[in-house]
Design a protein around this ligand. Structure first.
Ligand code: HEM
Length: 495
């Protein structure tokens, strides 16, 4: 009898919810405005859901197809959620340049079980306070001190590649992940991780599981809520285990640093990220242990997965463009004296051709291919559509960077696009590997230095030869532009 009553209650709630959704889809202002925007038509109640239920690899292709078909904008919706996908720089500017649309869209809610509401996912006053506390950790005087750490890590990376370069081509993702993880831990967290590949591999695999689950849930609304259905599924159980691995890792980092931390903060002394947070806590700022933990999780992730992806595609491109590779090597020889010399901060700043190549790599393969906001007020797009308040605005950086109007022959790898004379009149919102506006990437200068230091060490020691061609790489929809099967490169020792 009780079971029957519960079942009946469940049916009543489900029917009432469906009627409510049907009503808002047909009569609310939100959906009336959204309906006018072009896009795949969808079905009542479920909207475009069926279109997107696919493997991460297929999802990546579907997005590209729809963005081409409906350029410059298309809508998508399901149940009571709806939003637009945009790739025109004028529309992107409307969203990113305004501090009004600072809140991330609901897709980022899936990150909360891992990252809490750290800098990437937080909003409002909390985000503002945290950004203010953390900005000094990326001042150039701090970044300067990181260069020897990057160099030391890059030298270890070279040793690892030397061990492997006699045999088959190397999938670069593993060794690079180890380099970026050790680098973020030592620079921003102030701890030297034991450089056992096992630890890094566990952390990396936990992120892959989490990333897969996030993509899977994005298109399955019945799995949106953590505590109701998702946790009961086997993927939910795996994901919880992965989160535990990720949290164990970051808690170890904090404990380790706290052991050696003495708050010597003087008014103008600059500190690296974790010390800044510990000092803020000791001095009574609005941050506690949980707050510190969510920032450590955020920076461990953002500070290594993005740069791993960037270096991975840089190696792919240079292996496939031997002439450009040689030109970078020549520039290194000119700036450093000999290409094997360890670079200083000012050497890295001087490597302007290398920088143009890195920018072009980040155009073709932006580590973060897509970002999203919740609109805080209506916007009118460049094509004249009104996108209503509360809609999700999904910005596809990957496709923005391939707009032939701004980047002719967009698939061509051409570092000269970033010569000052070629870049100076370009739309300010068409090249956004680090996003733009108030919520741009706090770590962008850190990232460029790390990329350059890694490249100096690698090109100083090896000639890269293509094992994978660009067209062999299978990309998937995920938090970052992850290559499904890695990226293989042949490393030949320089004579
Ligand atoms: C090539 C490397 C990198 C790329 C392409 C990149 C890209 C981005 C992008 C596109 C965003 C905006 C995300 C959004 O709006 O949802 C972002 C935000 C962020 N990035 Fe990076 N990033 C890189 C490296 C780093 C590094 C090295 C760190 C830390 C050391 C870092 C920390 C962050 C943080 C904390 C945010 C959130 C900022 C905020 O909302 O205030 N990133 N990054």
């Amino acid at each position: 009898m009780i079971l029957f009553s519960v079942f009946l209650l469940f049916v009543v709630i489900a029917v009432a919810s469906l009627i409510y959704i049907w009503w808002i889809q047909n009569f609310s202002r939100f959906f009336t405005l959204l309906r006018k925007i072009p896009g795949p038509p969808g079905y009542p109640i479920i909207g475009n859901l069926l279109e997107f239920i696919a493997t991460p690899e297929e999802m990546f292709k579907i997005d590209r197809k729809l963005l081409r078909q409906y350029y410059p904008l298309y809508k998508e919706w399901t149940l009571n959620y709806g939003g637009v996908n945009m790739i025109h720089p004028d529309d992107v500017e409307l969203v990113l340049s305004s501090s009004k649309h600072n809140e991330k869209s609901m897709v980022y809610n899936f990150l909360h079980s891992w990252l809490g509401t750290g800098l990437l996912t937080s909003t409002g006053a909390k985000w503002q306070t945290r950004r203010k506390i953390l900005t000094p950790a990326f001042h150039f005087t701090i970044l300067q001190q990181f260069v020897p750490v990057f160099n030391e890590g890059a030298a270890k990376l070279v040793e690892e590649l030397k061990r492997r370069c006699d045999g088959d081509a190397v999938d670069v993702v593993g060794p690079i992940t180890q380099f970026t993880l050790l680098s973020i831990a030592e620079t921003s967290m102030g701890i030297k991780l034991d450089d056992s590949p096992r630890d890094c591999t566990d952390y990396q695999n936990a992120i892959y599981t989490f990333g897969y689950a996030l993509t899977y849930r994005m298109v399955r609304p019945w799995l949106y809520n953590d505590s109701v259905f998702f946790n009961l599924t086997s993927l939910g159980k795996f994901t919880r285990k992965s989160i535990q691995t990720l949290h164990d890792f970051s808690r170890r980092v904090i404990t380790e640093r706290e052991k050696n931390f003495t708050d010597s903060s003087k008014p103008n002394k600059r500190m690296a990220m974790l010390d800044l947070l510990l000092s803020a806590k000791h001095n009574g700022a609005d941050i506690d242990d949980d707050g510190i933990a969510e920032e450590v999780d955020t920076f461990m992730f953002e500070g290594h997965d993005t740069t791993t992806i960037a270096i991975t595609y840089v190696l792919l491109l240079l292996a496939n463009h031997p002439t450009t590779q040689q030109e970078i090597y020549d520039e290194m020889t000119a700036v450093l004296g000999t290409a094997t010399k360890t670079p200083t901060y000012s050497d890295l700043k001087e490597l302007s051709f290398m920088e143009r190549c890195l920018k072009e790599c980040l155009r073709l393969y932006p580590s973060v291919p897509f970002i999203a906001r919740r609109l805080d007020e209506d916007i009118t797009t460049s094509s004249g559509y009104v996108v209503p308040k509360n809609a999700m605005a999904q910005i596809h950086i990957y496709d923005l960077h391939r707009n032939p109007e701004y980047f002719p022959d967009p698939e061509k790898f051409d570092p000269d696009r970033f010569l000052p004379e070629n870049a100076k009149n370009r739309h300010p919102f068409v090249y956004l590997p680090f996003s733009a506006g108030p919520r741009n990437c706090i770590g962008q200068r850190f990232a460029m230095l790390e990329l350059k230091a890694a490249l100096c060490a690698i090109l100083g020691n090896f000639v890269l030869e293509a094992a994978d061609k660009r067209e062999d790489i299978v990309m998937i929809t995920e938090m970052v532009l992850r290559p499904k099967n890695g990226v293989r490169v042949n490393f030949r020792l320089r004579k």
